[in-house]
Design a protein around this ligand. Structure first.
Ligand SMILES: Cc1cc2nc3c(=O)[nH]c(=O)nc-3n(C[C@H](O)[C@H](O)[C@H](O)COP(=O)(O)OP(=O)(O)OC[C@H]3O[C@@H](n4cnc5c(N)ncnc54)[C@H](O)[C@@H]3O)c2cc1C
Length: 265
């Protein structure tokens, strides 16, 4: 039996048998918002300029898709990666935890805009991410969800208390947010060039990467492969193009991983 009620300003479902309640849980969403128009042609023009006496006018003349494939293939093989930087991709991402976004922003050759916990109040109820390992265990899930509720209540008490003092609005939010958990859902826009993306996929599609950022990286890879199949043809964990670099920490599933990423689209 389930009933619906209001907790911390949000409608939640109470399971009458377990006494547990379910607050809104966020779902991973990745959209490729924008990208350099004709990314493979743009990169091929940069490559053509490096290796032929072309002037700008002849550069702009159409480079056939066969030539683009061959130019990009050669660049990758030689490790001449700077022309690959001329194509950029902008993603809108939501339904990830702050634990995940913290890992994402460690990638420095990128631009980020993240929803602020200072300007955007969480008083009406924050969404959160539950790790599958916790979600699949009824007892652990209840402990987790109870903590989310407690965190929400404490945050709301702090916001209200601070608003009664000299701190107001964003000043109150920015101090109250100290009690929000890593599980808190966030939204972020990220732009990376293709070279950085390849590096990002090498690190974050690997089975050694944390499950949430791996799931996000995989979605990003599928999206860019649709618009730039040649640039990202061999993208994924490093074991796709060579031996596993993780030595004793290897996941031990190199065959399965290679198979998965060779057919991913
Ligand atoms: C499985 C895994 C476990 C991790 N564990 C930890 C951990 O325990 N603790 C922790 O702190 N981090 C950890 N990280 C994060 C990791 O250390 C990097 O910060 C993150 O992966 C970003 O990668 P990066 O620095 O290569 O690349 P980016 O910042 O994306 O930069 C791309 C490349 O540009 C070059 N570059 C960028 N900035 C500089 C610079 N300032 N100087 C010289 N070259 C530069 C480098 O060649 C770099 O590889 C982990 C990452 C992974 C994938």
């Amino acid at each position: 039996m389930r009933t619906r009620t209001k907790v911390c300003g949000r409608i939640v479902t109470i399971n009458k048998q377990t006494g547990g309640y379910e607050m809104p849980e966020a779902k991973l969403k990745v959209i490729l918002l924008r990208h350099t128009p004709n990314p493979e042609e743009t990169i091929s023009m940069a490559a053509k300029l490096c290796y032929s006496p072309s002037d700008i006018e002849s550069l702009e003349k159409k480079i056939s898709s066969g030539d683009q494939k061959s130019f990009i293939g050669k660049l990758m093989k030689m490790g001449h990666m700077s022309p690959i930087e001329h194509a950029s991709f902008t993603f809108a991402i939501e339904g990830i935890s702050r634990a995940c976004s913290h890992q994402l922003v460690r990638h420095r050759v990128a631009s980020y805009s993240q929803q602020s916990q200072r300007y955007v109040s969480e008083e009406s109820g924050f969404d959160y991410i539950i790790p599958p390992s916790v979600k699949n265990d009824k007892k652990l899930k209840k402990i987790f969800v109870d903590f989310m509720k407690k965190s929400q209540e404490t945050y709301n008490m702090l916001v209200r208390g601070l608003n009664e003092s000299e701190l107001k609005g964003e000043a109150a939010n920015q101090d109250a947010r100290f009690v929000l958990p890593n599980a808190c859902e966030t939204k972020i826009i990220v732009t990376m060039n293709a070279r950085e993306l390849i590096h990002f996929f090498n690190q974050r599609c690997c089975n050694r990467a944390q499950w949430e950022i791996r799931a996000m990286a995989e979605k990003m890879l599928r999206l860019v492969k649709r618009v730039s199949p040649t640039i990202f043809a061999s993208s994924g964990p490093l074991c796709l193009i060579g031996p596993c670099p993780e030595s004793e920490y290897t996941c031990g599933s190199i065959k399965e991983v290679r198979k998965k990423y060779r057919i991913i689209q």
